[in-house]
Design a protein around this ligand. Sequence first.
Ligand code: MN
Length: 228
Amino acid sequence: MSDYVIAPPPQAVLEVHGSQALFPVRRVYCIGRNYAAHAVEMGHDPDREPPFFFQKNPDCLDGSGHFPYPVMSEDVHHEAELLVALGIGGRDIAETTALEHVWGYGLALDMTRRDLQGAAKKMGRPWEIGKSFEHAAPVGPLYPVVEVGHPSEGALRLKVNGEIRQDGDLNQMIWKVPAMIAHLSRYYTLAAGDVILTGTPSGVGPVVRGDRLELTCAPFAPLRVEVT
Ligand code: MN
């Protein structure tokens, strides 16, 4: 057994609904502009361009139900998303068999320092500073495919303090889950433990300390997060 020169960082994990076992996370991929109405609200053409991706760090995942308002931003937005977790990796995965790679699904928020993202975009710089920061991905538990199948339609709704802000449907995704896995696997070798945040419907907007967010999408339990 080898020694480490410092204590190894903790393994990022997702809780699993109905189980004591944990899902270990390797990478967190996020797809951009995957709902037409959201592409339009962000000032883009919703035509079916090839999908594009960015990453959050696995340690951004936070299942605590608390979202500490991040530093260095005054315009932090919610993005309500379906999360896909892969149980089997691969490269050049065919769309027709892509769903066989999925272990489960859950709900997540792609919290975004929109002011920092906007400044980076304007200067042609990477989005990372706006997307990947401490606690940037509040998540609920994972639901295994054997329990929930492959959800591909149904309301995906985000309420802030009881008021509906995002009201989309999983069937509005431009790039469906099999297509996004197939596309991503042409650029990266995917592995068990990789998760994908599948994009957000329109209605993104700012949060402030004290806000209570509630993301609902059947058959998952609501994801409730308080901004602290
Ligand atoms: Mn997003």
